[in-house]
Design a protein around this ligand. Structure first.
Ligand code: 4AD
Ligand code: MG
Length: 433
């Protein structure tokens, strides 16, 4: 019996007979020869079926193999005559696990995005979509690695919540038994703020929801967020933690995902430039700069999507845009002691036109001030009494931030639209498959 191995490990079996299990995604050939393109998730390999007579069982099986059929293929592992790192299987046996009857819906020809999204369950198998998911996985692991090293403990925040975190206009509500309305979480931040009093530094990582009527390349209605929160960390240090995290994750992706980034045709030289320190600018400076570039942004405006694009196209490092007008930001942000109208916050915008990837701030730590903000924002004071308690019992300066996983993945992979970076995207006009 030949060893069953992953395609990525075939290099260790040269000269021996091995079996791989996977799918045939393409087939070429000619008289007496079939070249089977095989993949198993770990890699791809070409299986060569050679039989001048075209009479053998294995040749006849290869003959009838249809695209995306699943197979177990056995053969001698050989090194490609021209490429050191390419291996082939000289096929001696094919066991069909499932023969696809008829044509595979996503054939070789070009398809429109709508068609591909409708067939997302199949589209995921493509080389490009696989590469994105592999990079996404590396990013997730990189985030865990860095935060664990920096003393952050994973704390899972709830998804069903009674209160809003990021404003009341983008909430998804659900009927919650006799308790009235509950909402799908927009961010676990408020719960992490409670947990820092227990563990000091913590983070969560999970799906969050925004009923945002935005139909842009940067918006999903369900996406994955990593919120981090730390006691005794103020605004400046908060940004330094983010900087370190981003540098770590990009370095890891460059090291571990060379093949995938090549499959994505990502210009890795742009990622190689990402080193600390990043660029730091205040919102006021950025507004001026944008106006000079032709934007109609006003002093007290939030940055629009186009503003983020034109600004970040100018730079080859991420930019922290600090101290936004408090009125365009969330209720929990601490104000700048030097100017009450500004929030002690920063958004990290990724270069190459990608725009906001992280939102963070120092949090208001004073009970009375925070209560005032809750009222100003028209939030239900009762639902925030637990959050206010945190300012009653051992309040400390603290800060945190939230990374949108799909935006970070989109930037690192170089995708145009973030819908490709999540396995099953939810958009305002799409919930299937
Ligand atoms: O800037 P946001 O809204 O910040 C928060 O939710 C804070 N509570 C986070 C915190 O301080 N713990 O969201 C954080 C990030 C954004 O920078 C962006 O990357 C991503 O989440 N994001 C979205 N990603 C995809 N689709 C959407 N609709 C998004 N909205 C925000
Ligand atoms: Mg934001």
């Amino acid at each position: 019996m030949a060893d069953t191995v992953f395609i990525k490990d075939l290099k260790d079996h040269v000269g021996k007979t091995a079996t791989i299990q996977g799918w045939m995604f393409n087939k070429r050939g000619g008289k007496g020869i079939h070249f089977l393109q095989l993949r198993d998730g770990s890699g791809v390999v070409q299986g060569v079926v050679f039989d001048k007579s075209e009479e053998t069982e294995v040749f006849k099986t290869a003959d009838k193999l249809t695209m995306e059929s699943s197979v177990k293929v056995t053969g001698e592992v050989t090194q490609h005559p021209k490429h050191d790192d390419v291996f082939e299987l000289q096929v001696s046996e094919i066991e069909i696990v499932h023969l696809v009857d008829g044509e595979y819906p996503i054939a070789k020809k070009e398809h429109g995005t709508d068609f591909l999204l409708e067939n997302r369950h199949l589209w995921l198998r493509s080389k490009r979509q696989r590469a994105i998911q592999i990079v996404r996985n590396t990013i997730i692991n990189g985030i865990y690695e860095y935060l664990n090293k920096e003393g952050f403990i994973k704390i899972d925040s709830p998804i069903l919540t009674p209160n809003a975190c990021e404003g009341t206009t983008t909430l998804f509500d659900v009927e919650y038994f006799d308790e009235g309305k509950a909402y799908l979480s927009q961010s676990g931040q408020l719960y992490l703020e409670a947990a820092i009093f227990s563990v000091g530094r913590c983070f969560d990582f999970g799906p969050v929801f925004r009923a945002e009527k935005s139909k842009t390349r940067r918006h999903l209605t369900e996406f994955w967020m990593m919120d981090a929160e730390a006691a005794f960390v103020e605004h400046e240090e908060n940004m330094k933690i983010q900087e370190g995290l981003i540098v770590h994750v990009i370095k890891k992706a460059l090291e571990e995902n060379k093949k995938e980034l090549a499959d994505l045709e990502r210009d890795v030289s742009a990622l190689e430039k990402i080193e600390a320190p990043f660029i730091y600018k205040t919102h006021a400076e950025v507004v001026k700069e944008l106006q000079e570039m032709g934007s109609d942004i006003k002093e007290n405006d939030d940055l629009g999507g186009d503003d983020e694009t034109i600004l970040t196209n100018k730079y080859d490092k991420p930019i922290f845009v600090e101290k936004y007008p408090a009125e365009v930001k969330a209720f929990y942000m601490k104000r700048d002691p030097e100017n009450e109208n500004l929030a002690l916050c920063a958004d990290m915008l990724a270069p190459e036109g990608y725009g906001e990837v992280i939102g963070g701030s120092e949090r208001e730590a004073d009970y009375d001030v925070l209560l005032g903000r809750i009222k100003e924002h028209g939030l239900d004071e009762k639902e925030f009494s637990w959050y206010l308690d945190l300012r009653k019992y051992g309040s400390v300066p603290h800060s945190g931030f939230g990374i949108g996983l799909e935006r970070l993945t989109g930037w690192i992979c170089g995708t145009k639209h973030i819908r490709e970076t999540i396995p099953f995207p939810r958009l305002i006009n799409r919930i299937r498959p």
